[in-house]
Design a protein around this ligand. Sequence first.
Ligand SMILES: [Zn+2]
Length: 226
Amino acid sequence: MSWTAHHRKALTFSYDDGNEQDVRLIALFDRYGMKATFNLNSGLSGDAGAWQYKGAWVRRLDLREAAGVYAGHEVAVHGAQHLALPELDDAALHRELADDVTALTALFGRAPVGMAYAYGAYDDRAVAEAQRLGLRYARGVDASHAFGVQTDLMRFRPTCHHNDDALFDLAAQFRDMTPDVPQIFCVWGHSYELDGDGTWDRLERLLDLLAGRDDIFYGTNAEVLL
Ligand SMILES: [Zn+2]
């Protein structure tokens, strides 16, 4: 956590699955000077399958064409095929994570250092396999509603999802606090939810509330956690 040399507060975002709406979301993060981590399923890249979330089309980006989209942000592992890790036998568990590490390394020219668990599902075996592959943090989906530094980074809990009822209370609390020890605000979600839920304005309000502050470090998950 090298940012702690000059800051006591860090804001980071974590978005899953690598869908088309990531393009609009990244433009928004860039406009507000914020950084995010995108957790990608390389084995589903460019998959022709499409589905609808509350009327919004959800399609995977083709990572071979879209790798540049993520420039300036972090890409991380989300499993090659978006499988629930506790349901896999040892060989399949290894393939699901190792294939994603290998593909993301080839696509983006550097080895990923973190991940988010698909469905937020993990067990001790999944944690051990992720660590064996060199991953140093892994995010679940269970909201902490807190900002304290966490010691178990392989079971990292985000502060909250972007739809959380407490989002703006937490944001105001984070903005106004003057802590003596490092504090981390981590918001997670899926970019397609912003289309389906009609919440682009709500997210932009959050960014507006927290942007451009000297006392907040804006970094990717790796920059903030490691
Ligand atoms: Zn996912």
